[in-house]
Design a binder for this molecule. Structure first.
Ligand SMILES: C[S@@+](CC[C@H](N)C(=O)[O-])C[C@H]1O[C@@H](n2cnc3c(N)ncnc32)[C@H](O)[C@@H]1O
Length: 497
């Protein structure tokens, strides 16, 4: 995937202005992260409903992942057992309760020689997460069987002893230790990781059957936000000294002219006034008797390739600041589904307005020169971060890429289209732009109806060439290129790999 970047002059100008702004404004930054630090706000606003699973470490915070999860953790983190969390026994209000039928349902610990326990153990694992209705139906049926036949089986019984060995009254409901499998397993793990990061639901469509799932996906580590670093050296470059951050001193950043972080982005209108990258952030709409803040949408004002500098943890503003958009947890539900032609894809389960920022591309951050050492199957999942590079200039040391084959989030399933529904832009908030490790944000390029596939153009420069009439894409297909199956009327015929 390639993004188009501005020319050398633009970069020189921005570098100069930013250096100047830094010297002028650095006294305003907070020496320590603000008490109203956005990371903390996200954590407390996290919509996680379950307690973190201490056993398997999958509940590690974003920070812990960012500080260098060893590679072995990535490959050994799955499958995880759901048994340690959700045990559910019959309760008086529960349809599982057997007391109404004259059989006391009580919870006992198994002991050696307790045949009743072994013979009447129910397995409630797989479908419990998938379909509560099915569970209750199935278990009720199972309960009836328990009473009448003493041969209880729902899902898969852990043992199947003869009914005669069961003792009335020793019916025990336990949750099996058997882990979820296939699509249910992936959905459960990925959705949980998304929710722990404070993001909205992540679904895997039921069109995807277990047989469609490649083995590598069971080892895939879902990371809604932030990069993974295999290499401590890169991690330390990314985690710059706090003193290097420029931060604003405004409390709400409602006016771009007052927010010093806007100096960093240097987005100005024709009159030279600073502009936000995001629309609506400085506007309050009067709704009857109260004022309502309008949510920030990407306004497509910035020159392509110039990073948007969002407020950071040293800024004084809080989470409602209009210059904190891409860093907020995803608030729209996403579904991974099976496309007709291009493998799996991603779509949104709600309609989206133009400019809505949908997510950031996460994965393992690596130097560009290391990309060629990756196994070939990774290549389709590598996104180049070229925000500071001048086209044609070879300076591999400062170029980085993101590989989302082993870890990443839903954006790794985003397919290419020659008429894409999303655009990408570079955004910086966890580090400084000078380290050349921005995040890549995906944003709705137009209003997107509910359920439409979310796509990007993997090679926007080719689209520009086509528009300028210089590209002869269909005729000049490179030997390593992929046949494009986007189906667009404006399809260029192939995708660069
Ligand atoms: C980032 S992945 C996208 C997710 C992928 N479809 C999957 O199932 O994992 C990129 C790969 O998807 C496939 N792909 C994406 N867009 C395509 C298109 N327009 N035509 C053909 N293949 C496409 C190619 O195999 C490409 O290497």
């Amino acid at each position: 995937m390639e993004v188009s970047w501005p020319d050398d002059a633009v970069h020189k100008r921005f570098t100069f202005l930013r250096a100047q702004a830094y010297e002028e404004k650095k006294h305003k930054r907070l020496d320590k992260p603000s008490a109203a630090n956005w990371d903390k706000e996200i954590e407390s606003a996290c919509r996680c409903t379950d307690e973190p699973d201490a056993e398997d470490g999958n509940a590690a915070s974003r920070l812990r992942v960012r500080r260098g999860t060893p590679r072995s953790t990535l490959s050994s983190g799955m499958p995880r057992s759901s048994s340690s969390k959700r045990t559910r026994g019959p309760t008086p209000s529960n349809p599982l309760s057997l007391s109404k039928r004259g059989v006391s349902a009580r919870k006992r610990s198994p002991s050696i020689g307790d045949d009743a326990f072994r013979s009447l153990m129910f397995n409630l694992s797989t479908s419990t997460v998938e379909s509560p209705r099915a569970i209750s139906k199935g278990v009720t049926e199972g309960s009836k069987n328990a009473i009448t036949n003493h041969s209880v089986k729902y899902g898969q019984a852990s043992t199947s002893k003869p009914a005669s060995s069961a003792m009335k009254g020793d019916i025990i409901f336990v949750r099996s230790a058997k882990p979820l499998r296939g699509r249910a397993h992936l959905q459960s793990n990925w959705n949980q990781a998304a929710q722990e990061a404070g993001a909205a639901d992540l679904h895997i469509s039921s069109e995807i059957v277990d047989g469609d799932i490649g083995q590598h996906l069971y080892k895939f580590k879902y990371m809604e936000r932030s990069y993974h670093f295999d290499n401590d050296g890169l991690q330390s470059i990314f985690d710059v000294d706090p003193g290097a951050f420029l931060a604003c001193a405004c409390t709400t950043c409602q006016r771009a002219s007052r927010c010093d972080c806007q100096t960093e982005s240097e987005i100005t209108n024709e009159r030279g006034h600073k502009l936000y990258a995001y629309s609506g952030v400085s506007i309050s709409i009067c709704c009857g008797t109260y004022w309502q803040l309008v949510q920030g949408l990407f306004a497509f004002r910035i020159p392509q390739g110039v990073e948007v500098i969002e407020c950071n943890k040293y800024c004084r503003c809080g989470p409602m600041c209009g210059n904190r958009v891409a860093q907020k947890p995803r608030d729209i539900p996403i579904e991974i589904f099976k496309t007709k032609q291009c493998g799996w894809g991603a779509r949104c389960l709600v309609a989206l307005p133009k400019g809505k920022v949908l997510g950031i591309y996460t994965g393992t951050l690596l130097r560009r020169e290391d990309v060629e050492n990756l196994p070939p199957e990774h290549i389709g999942y590598v996104f180049d971060l070229d925000g500071t590079e001048v086209r044609g200039q070879h300076n591999a040391g400062d170029k980085f890429s993101v590989d989302s084959y082993d870890c990443g989030n839903w954006t790794r399933f985003v397919n290419h289209s020659c008429s894409p529904s999303m655009k990408v832009y570079s955004v910086v908030f966890d580090t400084i732009r000078e380290v050349h490790m921005p995040y890549v944000a995906f944003v709705a390029a137009r209003d997107i109806p509910i359920g439409e596939e979310l796509t990007i153009d993997y090679e926007p420069s080719a689209a520009e060439d086509m528009a300028e009439g210089t590209g002869k894409q269909k005729r000049k297909m490179s030997p390593t290129a992929l046949l494009c199956k986007c189906g667009s009327k404006r399809c260029r015929g192939w995708i660069k790999q």
